[in-house]
Design a protein around this ligand. Structure first.
Ligand code: FUC
Length: 849
């Protein structure tokens, strides 16, 4: 609904602000540095959940920091089982569609469930580990003064200890510009370094000597790996596909780059003796050559690629490699800094710090570190030209990892990227965008073969081969063809933040349009003329009918309709922005108006199903029906207060429990409900130290000693979701204005965040104290009117007229969504909304008053 008057914002007058708009190109900003971004431990990692992750997007490592047998577990992001996907594994699938629809129309949900299972295909493949680097070092005596740390402000890991009066150190990093992993070992006494560096893999492999100071580990990935939850009598991991179209090759190279000692190489590894300082360099590659190429016979020459990186690194000094690595990392990391309550310092190692926090200690520094750790992890696992961060980012040690360590697209993959634009890392979005492009290719086949529909579709998970079909298993998760439509939100948001029209027209729009075409075909009319999806599920929840049947297949789940509403709305705006496709746009406007509507249930909650059924598991970890509130924009306390209130009720009924990513999601939702204190409560719960290994839903959630999120098991989405939640507490820009500090908890009495992004190409620095802005800086990349909602009043600084916000936001990126009277939460928070004009490339400074 549109309104001409924003008087409820409580903005009384027009403010003419004095001075100093100065031109400053956003790109040329001084690097921001945030201290306190190193965390450490007094002892080596006892298990994987204590080891520390490093990575350059492609190569990943978990550093255990062990003294006499250092373990560094390695990954390469393209190393997956399998090969190009069969897009028609179940040619009969679509024949069941009319039968399912009849069963649902007859309200025979049992039959519908059974028939829906016939519309299923094959499982995805698995992300595989590369292997281990083991450094065996001989010592006489026990280590003292042990310390290992991870410095996320420089992406460096180090381990130091003393044995028999000799200080030893190891410094490790993985460089993106040079595509190598560097390990520098040092001893304080001349000639005291004696070690063997060996490599091994849980996959098929063979170690060979390349030169006196260089070895290679050559291996092959499985042709197929069954998901870990599949229990059949058959071989779960199969090697050697005779067609050479499955099972990629890989190679790891390791070389002594610099040493003042002696090196000998054999099949056991590199043996170094009598050295004081040694630099090892490692490189890795696979034969993966694209989602649609046979990885063996059409594969890349992995050996040549690994060799090329090693040779290039040889020409540079260790210090030059390190300097370039840090400079490259800073380019991303230093764009955003966050200080909460002054980031109070602590002397505690991370495991003890987490324990103290779980026991109730205040540690705002840990909260801001956790925010930055999410950014660190994404920079380390998702680089342009590469593969997106999977369920474990790029860090996996198992041949059959939990849920195949794949791309689970009914929440998890999207959660990985929720913060990428707001936390100023837009380039890191591109691997996901590229994968969406691949999914659209296979997804067109899935749309045709499984649904007899146009366009492209994706179900609840995928892999490096861009699998899109419904996998086998319970329809509650397997049959869910709106995964592609959801991912299209990422295509749109990448434009919303950058304003890059060429990207919108060439990349995003065609993919969005094709996904919308699928949805148009997939929707059918119900007897009242509403458009519904059928069959329809809502991940991964089960309803209980009046007759006591427990099922998952019905029609028009709230999430289905919300995702389609989101895609249609984004498409409508995209075609307006591009000035194209008038007829298609009109058709979408008409269809959107007929979508089965959101409903409020008898408990005052937002209904999850088309009927007001009970949940079999009322505290289920998924909160799919709240898609419209987050990550969507159909519901907001400002624009649809009634549905926002129903969403709040739903959240109360679901409770604050849940596994790792579920809590991450809930932080975002409470922030969107503008309830900072509730969001904060969940941050504290998410940071609760856990040692729980294995899969455990009941006792779920928490953070491992290495700061990685526990589903359990480890799943990286919770980390990224947590970072996103904090961004949503600091800044929102989805519902008609830039809402500054929309959900600051009482505990964050003061703070400063720099470099956050808002839609329409704005970048903001926000400083606050006692719930009021002290300084606000807005940098405009694209120009245009800027509408801000701020707690308290603003005064002076730039030569710009600050007017009370009125009527429609004229900025194209904020059009079509207008606050309504009754959308009062912002007023309750004492907010004032202003408009001011901006010019591209200029910076505007305001002070609180
Ligand atoms: C979804 C979740 C599971 C798990 C899996 C990877 O299916 O429901 O809990 O996180 O993704």
């Amino acid at each position: 609904m549109r309104l001409n008057n924003l008087s409820f914002f409580n903005a009384k007058s027009t403010f003419i602000l004095a001075f100093s708009a100065f031109t400053l190109l956003v790109a040329c900003r001084t690097a921001l540095a945030q201290s306190d971004l190193k965390f450490w431990y007094k002892q080596p990692a006892r298990n994987w959940n204590e080891a520390l992750p490093i990575g350059n997007g492609r190569i990943g490592a978990m550093v255990f920091g062990r003294v006499d047998e250092e373990l560094i577990q390695l990954n390469e992001e393209t190393l997956w089982s399998g090969g190009p996907v069969n897009t028609n594994p179940n040619p009969n699938a679509k024949n069941y569609l009319p039968l399912i629809r009849t069963a649902i129309a007859n309200e025979d949900y049992k039959l519908a469930e059974e028939l829906t299972q016939k519309m299923q295909g094959i499982f995805t493949e698995s992300y595989e580990p590369l292997g281990d680097l083991i450094i065996k070092q001989q010592f006489e005596g026990q280590p003292t003064a042990y310390k290992r740390d991870l410095d996320i402000s420089n992406a460096l890991s180090s381990t130091t200890f003393t044995v028999a009066g000799v200080e030893y150190s190891r410094e490790i990093f993985i460089s993106a510009p040079d595509q190598v992993m560097m390990v520098k070992l040092k001893a304080s006494k001349k000639g005291a370094l004696n070690f063997t560096a060996a490599t091994q893999s849980p996959l098929y492999y063979n170690n060979v000597v390349i030169a006196q100071n260089q070895v290679a580990m050559k291996g092959q990935a499985p042709a197929h790996t069954d998901p870990s939850y599949m229990q059949t009598m058959e071989q779960p991991v199969i090697y050697n596909d005779p067609s050479k179209c499955k099972g990629m090759r890989f190679e790891l190279r390791m070389k002594v780059k610099e040493s003042d000692g002696k090196t000998v190489a054999d099949a056991q590894g590199l043996h170094v003796s009598g050295a004081t300082e040694v630099v090892l360099v490692l490189s890795a590659a696979t034969s993966f050559n694209g989602f649609d190429k046979c990885p063996d016979k059409e594969g890349k020459d992995e050996s040549q690629i690994a060799e090329k990186y090693l040779t290039a690194a040889q020409a540079k000094t260790y210090d030059a490699l390190k300097g370039d690595h840090i400079a490259d990392y800073h380019k991303f990391f230093n764009r955003v800094s966050l200080v909460i309550n002054g980031n109070p310092k602590t002397e505690l190692p991370m495991d003890e710090r987490l324990k103290a926090y779980a026991e109730g200690a205040k540690d705002a520094g840990l909260e801001s570190l956790y925010f930055q750790f999410g950014r660190y992890l994404l920079i380390s696992s998702s680089r342009p030209g590469g593969i997106p961060a999977n369920l474990q980012g790029i860090w996996n040690r198992e041949v059959r990892p939990p849920w195949s360590s794949n791309f689970t697209t009914n929440i998890n993959t999207q959660m990985n990227y929720w913060m990428v634009e707001t936390a100023n890392l837009p380039e890191l979005h591109t691997p996901l965008i590229a994968l969406i492009g691949n999914m659209a290719t296979t997804g067109k086949e899935t749309a045709k073969n499984f649904y007899g529909a146009k366009g492209w579709t994706l179900n609840h998970n995928s892999d490096i081969w861009a699998t899109t079909n419904p996998v086998s298993g319970s329809p509650s998760w397997a049959n869910w063809p709106v995964g592609g439509a959801w991912l299209c939100q990422h295509l749109w948001e990448h434009y919303q933040f950058s304003g890059d029209k060429e990207y919108l027209s060439k990349t995003a729009y065609p993919l969005m349009k094709s996904a919308a075409e699928f949805c148009v075909d997939w929707l059918i009319e119900d007897k009242n003329g509403k458009l519904i999806t059928a069959p329809s599920t809502t991940p991964e929840n089960i309803f209980l009918t009046e007759k006591g049947f427990k099922g998952s297949v019905s029609v028009a789940t709230t999430m289905d309709m919300a995702i389609i509403w989101d895609l249609f709305t984004n498409m409508i705006e995209a075609s307006e922005r591009l000035g194209t496709d008038t007829e298609f746009r009109q058709m979408l406007i008409e269809k959107r108006a007929k979508l089965f509507p959101m409903q409020i249930g008898k408990k005052g909650n937002l209904q999850e199903w088309y009927k007001d059924w009970e949940d079999v598991e009322p505290e289920h970890r998924h909160i799919s029906h709240l898609f419209g509130l987050f990550p969507g924009r159909q519901i907001s306390p400002l624009t649809t207060p009634k549905f926002a209130e129903a969403s709040r009720k739903t959240m109360e009924l679901r409770g604050d429990g849940g596994t790792g990513w579920s809590k991450g999601w809930k932080i975002n939702v409470w922030a969107r409900l503008l309830d900072g204190n509730h969001a904060y409560k969940l941050i504290r719960e998410q940071l609760k130290l856990t040692g729980v290994e294995g899969t455990n839903y009941a006792n779920g959630g928490g953070t491992y000693p290495n700061l990685l999120d526990a589903h359990p098991p480890f799943q990286i989405d919770g980390n990224f979701g947590g970072t996103s939640g904090i961004t949503e507490m600091l800044l929102q820009s989805h519902d008609g204005l830039i809402n500054i500090l929309p959900a600051i908890p009482d505990n964050w009495t003061s703070g400063e965040v720099k470099g956050m992004k808002a839609r329409g190409g704005f970048e903001l620095d926000i400083a606050w104290a006692n719930g009021k802005i002290t300084q606000l800086v807005v940098r405009s990349k694209l120009g245009g009117s800027c509408r801000i909602g701020v707690p308290g009043n603003l005064k002076a600084a730039s030569k710009v007229t600050l007017k009370a916000a009125k009527g429609e936001n004229s900025n194209a990126f904020y059009k079509n969504i207008q606050p309504v009277p009754g959308g009062t939460a912002i007023v309750k928070a004492g907010k004032v909304a202003f408009d001011f004009p901006t010019e591209a490339g200029k910076e505007y400074v305001f002070k609180g008053k």
